[in-house]
Design a binder for this molecule. Structure first.
Ligand code: NAG
Ligand code: NAG
Ligand code: NAG
Ligand code: NAG
Ligand code: NAG
Ligand code: NAG
Length: 486
């Protein structure tokens, strides 16, 4: 029961019985899920479901839940990140990264894998398992080389991924060896249909000084433990430019289409901008630009400023929303999001997203908590799915609208007196029609029950030998499954 958790900062974690948090089991499916503890203020939430990745076994790797904490869809188990809904060919698609963490347990925090693109029936439409010409990181060279941090589909039908490449370089500027080793951080834009790489960028080749890093060299800098000086963790396509983020340089960069740096927004000095008075950020995740004009934009990020060193337990986690003036190179804080009743310190991961109704969603990354804030910063929803001192986490969390009509059939389980029905990923089921009989081919309608969340229970006669359930959707679609009573 030991598993290497790719998203943890530095160590392999034991995932055995220390997790005291309650789980939920089901009659119709073999997996269990954490209990989702939901608190609501009653003020309006944005539409959609919550999309999470959870630490795997015994749980599925990715899940979609309702605002009531009710399961909608669960993936297979594995090491997933970034479960998301994006648009491809003007259609909503479900995307996630699946792979393995860095084999180097001293480093962790990045991975090697593929990006999966599923349609609304949960059928895989595209698998991108890119060979990006990376060096072996550990004993073997990974077959699929996309890193776990970003799987961003652009409006030109391409995918943006991050990559980590163990590379030899001079580390004397940080008092390291002349023949030292780093993880170079790379950006790749890949055409989803042809799989061709149409843009690439390297932090090392761009000339960003290694000494800009805030990450201590420590004992890293060797081939077996490369120095993670940059730690790329996000990319956004902004017109023909790219907004990328370095956790370890505390800097968000705008790259132009040639990969040249247009500007830097840094958390302690401001970089090319003046920071608002008294405002700093550090080790941040998931910066995104919106309302972009030639002279201004809004930029939000998840501030992991508590991360050691040196502010562990000092600087609480904040969601920061800035306005940047690209001419005057000034910044203004529009809003900071935090829960005054629950101070949280997320050392890694996390995300902030603005929602269509003006609310904001924060997934607390390393901490198994998601909160939705109103436009004025009032806490409207809080969902917890693990102990704060445990291993449970979700790299990012999203709130997204989604309609799933699974290609797979519903599932029914029946025991003396009861039948249970579920349909993993179906969002439109209104009711279940129950049929009972003595043989599989001779069941007759007995009654209907309203859909009651992920799994619906119905009573059946104690003499019934076979049960058929029919999922009936709001627009009258029917899908069925039949089982003998066990
Ligand atoms: C769930 O939340 C309620 C209300 O905040 C709290 O009383 C309860 O202890 C929580 N359950 C767990 C398992 O933390
Ligand atoms: C995820 O990756 C593993 C190997 O790392 C593979 O066995 C499994 O089929 C993948 N599952 C999907 C489709 O996400
Ligand atoms: C990765 O690093 C190796 C050297 O360790 C180098 O040969 C290779 O070209 C690099 N790949 C990329 C995509 O930069
Ligand atoms: C962290 O807190 C210290 C002490 O209040 C403050 O000086 C510093 O600016 C904060 N750092 C960040 C990155 O927020
Ligand atoms: C974590 O906290 C919970 C609740 O306070 C406690 O029951 C559990 O023993 C703690 N686990 C560890 C590993 O400290
Ligand atoms: C009903 O079936 C059609 C065709 O498969 C599908 O497009 C539609 O989304 C389904 N409706 C629901 C609510 O599942």
């Amino acid at each position: 029961m030991f598993a290497l958790n790719s998203l943890s900062l530095s160590i392999a974690l034991c995932m055995s019985a220390v997790e005291a948090w309650p789980s939920q089991s089901y009659k119709t499916v073999p997996f269990i899920t954490p209990v989702f503890n939901v608190t609501k203020s009653g003020s309006p939430l944005a539409p959609g479901y919550l999309f999470l990745t959870v630490t795997s076994a015994p749980y599925p790797a990715s899940i979609i839940i309702t605002d009531e904490g009710e399961l909608v869809w669960a993936s297979q188990s594995g090491d997933y990140s970034n479960l998301n809904v994006q648009a491809l060919d003007s259609k909503p698609v479900l995307t996630y990264w699946n792979g393995t963490g860095s084999p180097n347990p001293q480093i962790g925090g990045h991975g090697y894998g593929g990006v999966y693109i599923l349609d609304s029936t949960y059928t895989i439409q595209h698998t991108l398992c890119p060979d990006l010409d990376l060096a072996a990181d550990g004993p073997t060279r990974a077959e699929c080389q996309a890193d776990l941090h970003e799987s961003y589909i652009t409006d030109r039908g391409s995918l943006l991924v991050t990559a980590y490449n163990a590379t030899e370089t001079d580390l004397t500027s940080v008092n390291g060896p002349a023949q030292g080793w780093i993880y170079d951080c790379l950006v790749f834009e890949i055409d989803i249909k042809t799989k061709e790489v149409i843009f690439s960028w390297s932090a090392l080749k761009s000339g960003i000084p290694i000494s800009d890093s805030k990450q201590p060299l420590g004992t890293s800098g060797t081939q077996s433990s490369p120095y993670d000086f940059f730690h790329i963790n996000s990319i956004q396509s902004v017109g023909s430019n790219y907004l990328i983020n370095s956790r370890h340089i505390w800097t968000t960069y705008l790259l132009n289409s040639k990969g040249e740096i247009e500007w830097r927004f840094e958390g302690s000095t401001g970089g090319d901008f003046k920071l608002p008075s008294g405002i700093h950020f550090a080790w941040q995740h998931h910066p995104r630009a919106l309302n972009v004009t030639p002279t201004s934009l809004v930029l939000h990020l998840f501030d992991n400023a508590n991360s050691p060193p040196p502010f562990s337990g000092v600087n609480q986690t904040l969601g920061l929303l800035f306005s940047l003036d690209l001419n005057k190179k000034t910044s203004t804080l529009i809003h900071d999001y935090y829960d005054p009743k629950q101070t949280l310190y997320a050392e890694s991961q996390g995300a902030l997203d603005l929602l269509p109704n003006g609310n904001a969603l924060m997934g607390y990354g390393r901490l198994p908590i998601v909160k939705e804030y109103g436009p004025q910063g009032d806490v409207r929803l809080s969902v917890q799915f693990g102990d704060l001192n445990g291993t449970q986490q979700s790299y990012r969390a999203y709130r997204l609208e989604w309609e799933g009509v699974p290609a797979a059939d519903p599932v029914v389980f029946a025991e003396k007196g009861y039948a249970y029905a579920s349909w993993n990923g179906a969002t439109g089921v209104k009711r279940w029609d129950i049929y009972e009989g003595m043989t599989a081919n001779n069941v007759i309608y007995s009654h209907s029950v309203s859909n009651a969340g992920f799994e619906t229970e119905a009573s059946i006669s104690i003499t019934t030998q076979f049960v058929k359930v029919v999922a009936v959707t709001s627009d009258g679609n029917r899908s069925s499954a039949t089982v003998p009573v066990s």
